[in-house]
Design a protein around this ligand. Structure first.
Ligand SMILES: C[S@@+](CC[C@H](N)C(=O)[O-])C[C@H]1O[C@@H](n2cnc3c(N)ncnc32)[C@H](O)[C@@H]1O
Length: 275
Protein backbone atom coordinates (compact mmCIF):
# COMPACT_ATOMS: atom_id res chain seq x y z
CA UNK A 1 0.00 0.00 0.00
CA UNK A 2 1.35 3.48 -0.87
CA UNK A 3 1.30 5.79 2.11
CA UNK A 4 0.68 9.50 1.77
CA UNK A 5 2.65 11.78 4.09
CA UNK A 6 0.56 12.48 7.23
CA UNK A 7 0.41 16.20 6.51
CA UNK A 8 -1.01 15.86 2.98
CA UNK A 9 -4.60 16.82 2.28
CA UNK A 10 -6.70 16.13 -0.79
CA UNK A 11 -9.11 18.54 -2.45
CA UNK A 12 -12.06 16.51 -1.13
CA UNK A 13 -10.75 16.49 2.45
CA UNK A 14 -9.98 20.20 2.40
CA UNK A 15 -13.43 21.05 1.03
CA UNK A 16 -15.24 18.77 3.49
CA UNK A 17 -13.55 20.23 6.55
CA UNK A 18 -14.02 23.83 5.36
CA UNK A 19 -17.68 23.13 4.60
CA UNK A 20 -18.30 21.95 8.18
CA UNK A 21 -16.47 24.92 9.70
CA UNK A 22 -18.08 27.57 7.48
CA UNK A 23 -21.58 26.12 8.00
CA UNK A 24 -21.07 26.18 11.77
CA UNK A 25 -20.08 29.86 11.56
CA UNK A 26 -23.33 30.79 9.83
CA UNK A 27 -21.81 31.54 6.42
CA UNK A 28 -24.73 31.61 3.93
CA UNK A 29 -23.05 29.84 1.01
CA UNK A 30 -20.44 27.58 2.64
CA UNK A 31 -19.85 25.16 -0.26
CA UNK A 32 -19.56 27.87 -2.90
CA UNK A 33 -17.23 29.93 -0.72
CA UNK A 34 -15.04 26.94 0.16
CA UNK A 35 -14.78 26.03 -3.53
CA UNK A 36 -13.94 29.58 -4.63
CA UNK A 37 -11.24 29.86 -1.96
CA UNK A 38 -9.75 26.45 -2.69
CA UNK A 39 -9.78 27.08 -6.45
CA UNK A 40 -7.96 30.36 -5.78
CA UNK A 41 -5.41 28.56 -3.58
CA UNK A 42 -4.74 26.05 -6.38
CA UNK A 43 -4.91 28.59 -9.20
CA UNK A 44 -7.57 26.58 -11.04
CA UNK A 45 -11.25 26.88 -12.03
CA UNK A 46 -13.83 25.50 -9.60
CA UNK A 47 -14.68 22.77 -12.13
CA UNK A 48 -11.19 21.30 -11.66
CA UNK A 49 -11.97 20.65 -7.98
CA UNK A 50 -14.90 18.46 -8.99
CA UNK A 51 -12.88 16.74 -11.72
CA UNK A 52 -9.86 15.96 -9.47
CA UNK A 53 -11.12 15.49 -5.88
CA UNK A 54 -8.16 13.25 -4.96
CA UNK A 55 -5.51 15.78 -5.98
CA UNK A 56 -3.11 16.60 -3.12
CA UNK A 57 -2.59 20.17 -1.97
CA UNK A 58 1.00 21.36 -1.58
CA UNK A 59 1.98 22.54 1.89
CA UNK A 60 1.77 26.16 0.78
CA UNK A 61 -1.67 25.69 -0.80
CA UNK A 62 -2.95 23.95 2.34
CA UNK A 63 -1.61 26.71 4.61
CA UNK A 64 -3.19 29.45 2.45
CA UNK A 65 -6.52 27.61 2.40
CA UNK A 66 -6.55 27.01 6.17
CA UNK A 67 -5.91 30.71 6.75
CA UNK A 68 -8.50 31.72 4.13
CA UNK A 69 -11.11 29.46 5.77
CA UNK A 70 -10.29 30.99 9.17
CA UNK A 71 -10.82 34.48 7.73
CA UNK A 72 -14.09 33.43 6.09
CA UNK A 73 -15.26 31.89 9.40
CA UNK A 74 -14.74 35.38 10.86
CA UNK A 75 -17.16 36.48 8.09
CA UNK A 76 -14.59 38.33 5.99
CA UNK A 77 -15.99 38.50 2.42
CA UNK A 78 -14.51 36.06 -0.10
CA UNK A 79 -13.48 38.93 -2.42
CA UNK A 80 -11.29 40.54 0.26
CA UNK A 81 -9.64 37.17 0.94
CA UNK A 82 -8.87 36.41 -2.71
CA UNK A 83 -8.29 40.12 -3.44
CA UNK A 84 -10.36 40.01 -6.64
CA UNK A 85 -13.94 40.58 -7.80
CA UNK A 86 -15.36 40.11 -11.29
CA UNK A 87 -17.42 43.03 -12.63
CA UNK A 88 -18.76 43.13 -16.19
CA UNK A 89 -15.74 41.96 -18.28
CA UNK A 90 -13.14 43.01 -15.71
CA UNK A 91 -11.32 41.36 -12.83
CA UNK A 92 -10.89 44.13 -10.27
CA UNK A 93 -8.50 44.12 -7.34
CA UNK A 94 -10.33 44.91 -4.12
CA UNK A 95 -9.44 45.27 -0.46
CA UNK A 96 -10.95 46.82 2.64
CA UNK A 97 -10.37 50.36 1.32
CA UNK A 98 -13.23 49.90 -1.18
CA UNK A 99 -16.74 48.52 -1.44
CA UNK A 100 -16.86 45.15 -3.21
CA UNK A 101 -18.62 45.83 -6.55
CA UNK A 102 -22.09 44.25 -6.64
CA UNK A 103 -23.79 42.51 -9.59
CA UNK A 104 -26.73 44.96 -9.48
CA UNK A 105 -24.34 47.85 -10.16
CA UNK A 106 -23.78 46.39 -13.63
CA UNK A 107 -27.18 47.93 -14.52
CA UNK A 108 -25.66 51.37 -13.90
CA UNK A 109 -23.01 50.65 -16.53
CA UNK A 110 -25.70 49.43 -18.95
CA UNK A 111 -27.67 52.65 -18.43
CA UNK A 112 -24.72 54.68 -19.72
CA UNK A 113 -23.76 52.50 -22.69
CA UNK A 114 -26.05 54.47 -25.04
CA UNK A 115 -24.43 57.85 -24.35
CA UNK A 116 -23.40 59.80 -27.49
CA UNK A 117 -19.97 59.14 -28.99
CA UNK A 118 -17.20 61.00 -27.19
CA UNK A 119 -19.37 62.05 -24.22
CA UNK A 120 -17.62 63.10 -21.01
CA UNK A 121 -18.80 60.97 -18.07
CA UNK A 122 -18.12 61.22 -14.34
CA UNK A 123 -18.53 58.20 -12.05
CA UNK A 124 -19.16 59.82 -8.65
CA UNK A 125 -18.02 57.70 -5.70
CA UNK A 126 -15.93 55.44 -7.88
CA UNK A 127 -14.54 53.19 -5.12
CA UNK A 128 -12.53 50.44 -6.82
CA UNK A 129 -13.18 52.23 -10.13
CA UNK A 130 -15.65 49.50 -11.14
CA UNK A 131 -18.22 51.59 -13.02
CA UNK A 132 -15.74 54.03 -14.60
CA UNK A 133 -13.40 51.25 -15.74
CA UNK A 134 -16.18 49.02 -17.08
CA UNK A 135 -17.56 51.97 -19.06
CA UNK A 136 -14.17 52.79 -20.56
CA UNK A 137 -13.63 49.11 -21.34
CA UNK A 138 -16.96 48.78 -23.17
CA UNK A 139 -17.10 52.30 -24.67
CA UNK A 140 -13.48 53.34 -25.34
CA UNK A 141 -14.70 56.51 -27.12
CA UNK A 142 -16.07 57.98 -23.86
CA UNK A 143 -13.93 60.35 -21.80
CA UNK A 144 -14.29 58.91 -18.33
CA UNK A 145 -13.57 60.37 -14.89
CA UNK A 146 -14.01 58.88 -11.43
CA UNK A 147 -14.32 60.93 -8.24
CA UNK A 148 -14.19 59.91 -4.59
CA UNK A 149 -13.82 61.59 -1.21
CA UNK A 150 -11.69 58.66 -0.10
CA UNK A 151 -8.04 59.00 -1.15
CA UNK A 152 -7.54 55.36 -0.15
CA UNK A 153 -10.28 54.23 -2.55
CA UNK A 154 -8.72 56.28 -5.36
CA UNK A 155 -5.39 54.49 -4.82
CA UNK A 156 -7.21 51.19 -5.49
CA UNK A 157 -9.03 52.64 -8.53
CA UNK A 158 -5.81 54.04 -10.04
CA UNK A 159 -4.02 50.76 -9.52
CA UNK A 160 -6.89 48.88 -11.23
CA UNK A 161 -6.79 51.32 -14.16
CA UNK A 162 -3.03 50.89 -14.58
CA UNK A 163 -3.20 47.09 -14.37
CA UNK A 164 -6.07 46.91 -16.86
CA UNK A 165 -4.58 49.54 -19.19
CA UNK A 166 -7.74 51.69 -19.13
CA UNK A 167 -7.44 55.46 -19.55
CA UNK A 168 -9.66 56.90 -16.80
CA UNK A 169 -8.82 60.06 -14.82
CA UNK A 170 -9.45 59.89 -11.07
CA UNK A 171 -10.12 63.04 -9.07
CA UNK A 172 -10.07 63.35 -5.29
CA UNK A 173 -13.05 65.47 -4.28
CA UNK A 174 -16.61 65.81 -3.08
CA UNK A 175 -19.49 64.67 -5.33
CA UNK A 176 -18.75 65.72 -8.97
CA UNK A 177 -15.66 67.64 -7.78
CA UNK A 178 -16.65 70.49 -10.12
CA UNK A 179 -16.02 68.42 -13.27
CA UNK A 180 -17.80 69.67 -16.40
CA UNK A 181 -19.29 66.57 -17.98
CA UNK A 182 -22.18 65.47 -20.20
CA UNK A 183 -23.26 62.65 -17.90
CA UNK A 184 -22.97 61.58 -14.28
CA UNK A 185 -23.29 57.97 -13.16
CA UNK A 186 -23.14 57.08 -9.51
CA UNK A 187 -23.59 54.29 -7.01
CA UNK A 188 -23.48 56.52 -3.94
CA UNK A 189 -23.80 55.47 -0.29
CA UNK A 190 -27.55 54.91 0.19
CA UNK A 191 -28.03 52.56 3.14
CA UNK A 192 -30.21 53.81 6.02
CA UNK A 193 -28.21 54.37 9.21
CA UNK A 194 -30.02 51.69 11.21
CA UNK A 195 -30.46 49.08 8.48
CA UNK A 196 -29.75 45.48 9.51
CA UNK A 197 -26.85 44.29 7.36
CA UNK A 198 -24.78 41.10 7.25
CA UNK A 199 -21.56 41.03 9.32
CA UNK A 200 -19.62 40.69 6.04
CA UNK A 201 -20.73 44.25 5.28
CA UNK A 202 -20.81 45.98 8.68
CA UNK A 203 -17.50 44.56 9.92
CA UNK A 204 -15.45 44.78 6.73
CA UNK A 205 -16.72 47.25 4.13
CA UNK A 206 -15.97 50.99 4.53
CA UNK A 207 -18.81 52.84 6.32
CA UNK A 208 -18.16 55.84 4.05
CA UNK A 209 -19.22 53.70 1.09
CA UNK A 210 -22.43 52.49 2.73
CA UNK A 211 -24.43 54.93 4.79
CA UNK A 212 -26.48 57.95 3.75
CA UNK A 213 -27.64 59.04 7.19
CA UNK A 214 -31.02 58.27 8.78
CA UNK A 215 -33.00 57.72 5.56
CA UNK A 216 -30.05 56.75 3.35
CA UNK A 217 -30.56 59.77 1.10
CA UNK A 218 -28.16 62.40 2.46
CA UNK A 219 -25.44 62.00 -0.22
CA UNK A 220 -28.04 61.56 -2.98
CA UNK A 221 -29.76 64.84 -1.97
CA UNK A 222 -26.46 66.72 -2.29
CA UNK A 223 -25.48 64.93 -5.47
CA UNK A 224 -28.73 65.59 -7.35
CA UNK A 225 -28.35 69.33 -6.59
CA UNK A 226 -24.65 69.27 -7.53
CA UNK A 227 -25.10 67.72 -10.99
CA UNK A 228 -25.07 70.20 -13.88
CA UNK A 229 -24.96 67.53 -16.59
CA UNK A 230 -28.11 66.76 -18.65
CA UNK A 231 -27.88 63.01 -17.90
CA UNK A 232 -27.84 61.37 -14.47
CA UNK A 233 -27.96 57.62 -13.75
CA UNK A 234 -28.16 56.86 -10.06
CA UNK A 235 -28.17 53.52 -8.28
CA UNK A 236 -30.34 53.46 -5.15
CA UNK A 237 -31.85 51.20 -2.51
CA UNK A 238 -35.15 49.36 -2.50
CA UNK A 239 -38.07 51.77 -2.09
CA UNK A 240 -36.04 54.96 -2.72
CA UNK A 241 -37.05 55.54 -6.36
CA UNK A 242 -40.06 57.81 -5.63
CA UNK A 243 -38.11 60.10 -3.29
CA UNK A 244 -35.16 60.33 -5.68
CA UNK A 245 -37.50 60.99 -8.63
CA UNK A 246 -38.92 63.97 -6.69
CA UNK A 247 -35.42 65.28 -5.93
CA UNK A 248 -34.48 64.98 -9.60
CA UNK A 249 -37.65 66.75 -10.74
CA UNK A 250 -36.98 69.60 -8.29
CA UNK A 251 -33.46 69.87 -9.78
CA UNK A 252 -34.86 70.34 -13.30
CA UNK A 253 -34.72 66.80 -14.67
CA UNK A 254 -37.80 66.05 -16.78
CA UNK A 255 -37.51 62.54 -18.18
CA UNK A 256 -37.20 59.66 -15.71
CA UNK A 257 -36.68 55.98 -16.38
CA UNK A 258 -36.63 53.35 -13.66
CA UNK A 259 -34.45 50.26 -14.17
CA UNK A 260 -35.11 47.08 -12.20
CA UNK A 261 -32.40 44.61 -11.18
CA UNK A 262 -32.55 40.86 -11.82
CA UNK A 263 -34.56 40.41 -8.60
CA UNK A 264 -37.20 42.82 -9.98
CA UNK A 265 -36.27 45.60 -7.52
CA UNK A 266 -36.14 49.20 -8.78
CA UNK A 267 -32.41 49.87 -8.65
CA UNK A 268 -31.33 52.64 -11.04
CA UNK A 269 -32.99 55.94 -11.88
CA UNK A 270 -32.02 57.49 -15.22
CA UNK A 271 -32.95 61.18 -15.29
CA UNK A 272 -32.45 63.61 -18.18
CA UNK A 273 -32.88 67.34 -18.64
CA UNK A 274 -34.45 68.77 -21.80
CA UNK A 275 -31.64 69.77 -24.23
C1 LIG B 1 -21.45 52.47 -2.64
S1 LIG B 1 -19.74 52.89 -2.86
C2 LIG B 1 -19.62 52.64 -4.63
C3 LIG B 1 -18.25 52.23 -5.10
C4 LIG B 1 -18.21 51.84 -6.58
N1 LIG B 1 -18.70 52.90 -7.43
C5 LIG B 1 -19.03 50.59 -6.83
O1 LIG B 1 -20.15 50.72 -7.34
O2 LIG B 1 -18.57 49.48 -6.51
C6 LIG B 1 -19.80 54.64 -2.67
C7 LIG B 1 -18.49 55.39 -2.85
O3 LIG B 1 -18.77 56.78 -2.73
C8 LIG B 1 -17.73 57.42 -2.01
N2 LIG B 1 -18.32 58.65 -1.44
C9 LIG B 1 -19.02 58.80 -0.29
N3 LIG B 1 -19.41 60.07 -0.15
C10 LIG B 1 -18.96 60.76 -1.24
C11 LIG B 1 -19.02 62.10 -1.68
N4 LIG B 1 -19.68 63.03 -0.96
N5 LIG B 1 -18.43 62.45 -2.84
C12 LIG B 1 -17.76 61.52 -3.58
N6 LIG B 1 -17.65 60.22 -3.21
C13 LIG B 1 -18.25 59.84 -2.07
C14 LIG B 1 -17.26 56.38 -1.01
O4 LIG B 1 -15.95 56.64 -0.57
C15 LIG B 1 -17.39 55.09 -1.84
O5 LIG B 1 -16.19 54.79 -2.50
Amino acid sequence: MTRRPLASTTVREALDSALIALSASGVETPRLDAEVLLAHALGVDRGMLIAYPDRDLTGEQARWFIDASRRRRMREPVAYITGFKGFRRLDLQVDRRVLIPRPETEHLVEAALSLPVGARVADVGTGSGAVALALKDERPDLIVFGTDVSADALDVARSNAARLGLDVSFVHGNLTAGLEVDAVVSNPPYVEQHAALAPEITQYEPALALYGDIDGLSVIRMLVKDVRAPFLALEHGQGQADAIGELARAAGFVSMERVRDLAGIERVLVAQRAR
